[in-house]
Design a protein around this ligand. Structure first.
Ligand code: NAD
Ligand code: GLY
Length: 356
């Protein structure tokens, strides 16, 4: 069965289709265009891209294959992709298909937003993280050594097509990374969902049919509500950044090659839940619930916060996109399904993190 949700952004509204095995019929889910550019990475190409291209009918499809991993989210890759598209004479009425995880989605979406001043694109996410989060909502971008996602755009896709069967080939490490963003929704927006996750974590990790579709649909519905209300993160959308102030800093200080994004988010959520408890925003029982769920993911979120690492993190956190003035913005849990934005000076953040 295919579930369809809608991101209702007026003239830029688009559907999210979720179902098992729907990748095979991808061309029939898309608008008719004479030329498509398929952007994917080497791993996803081996599993799904090559077959898609081999069976493609009715229009031209040009594959562009990127190296896998976070290191691909760079200006250099963007230049390579758009140059290749110019060489292929890709015109404005063509479209991009972003087939892969969040890295491919963010880079391909950014290319779509700038190529010939903007062409259409479709998100076809193949990791759990991308299926529950990054493919929805139109955030695109690349990393710089100074910081994560520091250059990018808000640029909505024409459609999101989620084939849950693609998760069967996803390595467990990346499945757990996706679980980070799933847990995030439970903490920030939906306590019933959080208790559902507590009861069903084993079924999710074993990709039990039915359960995994329900989880993805629930996450996309929660994200849709937020994006519709605050597309460009003027306020409400910031809630999606729980755990991310520390996560993005940790990814940047470790040169984007030690932790996956989801692992960094699990570590960030653990620290930021402890910060919320220390500030009296949540009770010890609720902190325990959050920590138990994070640990049930199978990833150990403990981090040895040495003085050097703490200073490195604080340095990166002062460049966080959400900051105001000379304060660092943290989105902290503030009760079941609720968050609060807490602004701390560097000195206050240092003191608080040292006390944990
Ligand atoms: P990823 O894109 O690097 O994918 C993880 C790995 O899994 C890669 O090696 C990839 O080749 C492989 N892979 C992908 N699909 C596969 C499949 N079906 N079978 C086998 N292997 C597969 O990482 P990710 O966790 O999907 O995404 C992380 C990125 O997403 C980060 O850069 C993060 O900043 C970004 N992100 C963006 C948003 C947003 O709103 N735009 C939200 C959250 C995260
Ligand atoms: N993943 C955060 C956002 O989309 O706003």
């Amino acid at each position: 069965m295919i579930q369809t949700l809608e991101i209702n952004l007026g003239t830029r509204r688009y559907p999210i289709r979720i179902g098992q095995g729907i990748l095979a019929g991808l061309s029939s889910c898309l608008d008719s265009r004479a030329v498509w550019v398929l952007i994917t990475d080497e791993t996803v190409d081996e599993f799904y891209g090559k077959e898609l291209v081999a069976k493609w009918k009715g229009s031209t499809i040009h594959p562009i294959i990127l190296p896998p991993g976070e290191g691909t989210k760079t200006f250099h890759q963007v230049e390579t992709i758009v140059s290749r598209m110019l060489d292929l004479n890709v015109t404005r009425d063509s479209g991009i298909i972003a087939l892969g995880g969040g890295v491919v989605g963010d880079v391909a979406g950014f290319c779509a937003s700038i190529y010939l001043r903007g062409i259409a694109y479709v998100q076809v996410p193949t990791t759990l993280l991308a299926q529950v989060d990054s493919s929805v909502g139109g955030k695109t971008g690349v990393n710089l050594p100074q910081g994560k996602n520091t250059v990018g755009s808000f640029y909505q896709p024409e459609a999101v097509v989620i084939d849950t069967e693609t998760l069967s080939t996803l390595p467990r490490r990346h499945l757990i990374s996706g679980l980070a963003e799933v847990i995030k929704y439970g903490v920030i927006l939906d306590y019933d969902f959080l208790t559902y996750l507590q009861r069903n974590i084993g079924e999710i990790l074993s990709l039990q049919p039915g359960v995994i579709e329900d989880v993805i649909t629930r996450c996309c519905a929660l994200k849709a509500e937020i994006v519709i209300a605050d597309e460009r993160e003027a306020g409400l959308r910031k809630v999606l950044n729980y755990g991310h102030t520390i996560a993005h800093a940790l990814e940047a200080v470790t040169a984007y090659d030690t932790y996956t994004h989801g692992e960094a988010v699990l570590i960030g959520m653990q620290f930021e839940a402890q910060m919320a408890r220390e500030l009296g925003l949540i009770k010890p029982d609720y902190l325990n619930e959050i920590q138990s769920l994070i640990q049930a993911s199978g990833f150990d979120p403990r981090l040895d916060l040495t003085a050097d690492l703490l200073e490195g993190l604080l340095g990166k956190m002062t460049q966080d996109k959400k900051n105001r003035g000379d304060t660092i913005s943290f989105i902290l849990p503030a009760g079941e399904g609720r968050t609060e934005e807490v602004l701390l000076t560097k000195k206050e953040a240092r003191g608080l993190l040292q006390r944990l």
